[in-house]
Design a protein around this ligand. Sequence first.
Ligand code: ATP
Ligand code: MG
Length: 366
Amino acid sequence: MHLSSIFISNFRNLSSTQIEPGKRFNLLYGLNGQGKTNLLEAIYLLGSPRSFRNARFPELVKYGENQTSIIGTVESAGIENKLRLSIESAGRRVEIDGKSVYKASELHGKFNAVIFSPDDTGMVRMGPDSRRRYLDRTVYMGDIGYLHCWHSYQRILKQRNQLLKSSDRTGLDIWTEKLAETGAEVIERRIKFIHALDCKLQKYYATIAGGAETSGIIYTPNGIKSKDRKQIFQELMDLFKRQQRTDERYGTTTAGPHRDDLIFMMDERPLKTFGSQGQQKSFILALKMAEMDNLNDIFGETPLLLLDDMSSELDSRRNNNLMEFLHTREIQVFITTTERAPLILDVAHQCTVFHVENGNLTIEGS
Ligand code: ATP
Ligand code: MG
């Protein structure tokens, strides 16, 4: 799939702007703080309910304005759709071809983009929150049922936590059972998705590292050994029972899928503690390739790739491996850098260049 045009108004520091990106490589270059990542964020938001920067909606609207709009024309499998996104402090509204969309499922898969940014590399070293956010975002992109059960889980968790805080705990058992029921679905969907991603990750990492090390991604939910939803439900019930006194003391649910983490592995050891910086970057790059491949399998269309801040991300070997991957597939790519002619473009043909300055975009030809 590809984006054939995008109109943006009042998004962060971006002025009202319309561009027609190239079908293959698009380079967005400019000095620090000019709006390059903002543009990638706007593109990403066309297909995702949340920003990859984990920003709240009011932060996305240009200072002093009330609303921002992003309109994108997306071509996928020979079909063109016009997606319109309006964001104001109260929330967001989405239209597809002029019709309002109220359910996330109607938008799902209409526009897929994978982002590779310095924040992703940081995710290896940071606390579990960032990996959990990544997990939820990634599973949702490929599994529409996930968002629904994850929202239900959050609602039930809130109710249960309110009861744990109050002196009257009538009904706690019922909420615990409901939590285990939806929690089991959340976990089951995560296990399936991460398994598919892991197989692809191993393959891409081997290509990048030339077989020097092995890699893997492990999702082992706390206190759960089974893979089948019914058994996971039982195990979650046992877990909540074991934790009940602690939960009552702290007034909150202290264990469950809302506390889970992903473990990134290198040669059977945690990447976080044993991987070098280069290995950590290679791992994340392989993970992104795996994500793209996975979305391609699910939707039959390659997603867009948004490569943020490439100048600081890759050395020449990894860069070449990435380029090889991109050249063998028809992927539309947006690359941001501070230099006009970064390393990554050495082998890239069909590149459209945009200069980003103080929130304005100017095309400098292909
Ligand atoms: P770098 O090369 O440093 O990554 P960049 O070109 O990617 O820079 P962005 O992150 O896209 O920079 O843009 C940052 C600019 O956007 C900052 O100057 C910031 O103050 C501005 N900005 C962020 N949010 C808003 C907003 N809601 N309204 C106006 N400006 C904003
Ligand atoms: Mg940036």
